[in-house]
Write a protein that binds this ligand. Structure first.
Ligand code: TYD
Length: 209
């Protein structure tokens, strides 16, 4: 496949969605074909899975939660990511399998071997060449999430997890970054959006010079 697959990862409130949009605009200005996408929910079936997962109307068992995220992923890879990469596009994907590792493996304490096997099945052989990790302390993320809720946004079922859950997720991102430095780049997200975007551009200049 000829495109570039770049994932954006981090805890809730880390600002990766804003950065994905800014990055897409910058790469398009450079004349690149960019596909912006996200998980869960960026296909018709995925949107329904997203609402089952996040609305809080139903509380899934941890294994059910895992399988729903993976069902969304397979649909997403086949309908959106694979075709975009085949066209040679740059795919900027807001969350992918590393979110499952952080939230379901570390957050929910599911079995690592089983999870890796299932991830492999769900990914259909597609995985990011580069992962940007927006590193933000949990305490800062919680402040940002509270202010969003005060501004009228609805918190998802996972946003409302306890601080200890978010800390396990955060620690898992740190561990993945340390374990696989060739793929991961750390972006300091505890600053303003412009400074964060500058760091992203500095990383991507090495890829799209
Ligand atoms: P996201 O869309 O980034 O959150 P928001 O809608 O608040 O911008 O992600 C939705 C939530 O799903 C987020 O709390 C992380 C979680 N998630 C998992 O637990 N496992 C996964 O595999 C994925 C992709 C997301």
């Amino acid at each position: 496949m000829s495109g570039h697959f770049i994932s954006f990862e981090g805890i809730d409130g880390c600002g990766k969605t804003t950065q994905r949009k800014l990055t897409a605009a910058w790469l398009r200005e450079k004349g690149l074909q960019v596909v912006e996408t996200f998980e869960p929910g960026d296909t018709a079936l995925g949107a329904e899975i997203r609402s089952l997962l996040l609305s809080g109307e139903h509380i899934p068992q941890p294994e059910t939660e895992l399988l729903l995220f993976l069902a969304d992923r397979t649909q997403h890879v086949r309908e959106v990511i694979q075709p975009a990469l085949q066209r040679g596009a740059v795919v900027l994907c807001d969350r992918f399998s590393d979110s499952t590792r952080a939230y379901q493996l570390a957050g929910r304490a599911l079995d690592a071997q089983v999870l890796e096997q299932l991830l492999k099945t769900a990914e259909l052989g597609v995985s990011p060449a580069l992962t940007l990790w927006f590193d933000l302390p949990v305490s800062d993320a919680l402040i940002r999430m509270r202010s969003r809720v005060a501004g009228g946004e609805t918190a998802s079922r996972l946003d409302e997890e306890q601080q200890s859950f978010h800390q396990r997720v955060c620690d898992a991102f740190t561990a993945m970054f340390e374990a696989e430095p060739a793929r991961w780049r750390r972006i300091d997200a505890a600053t303003d959006a412009e400074t964060v975007q500058q760091q992203v551009r500095d990383v991507l200049k090495g890829v799209f010079s």
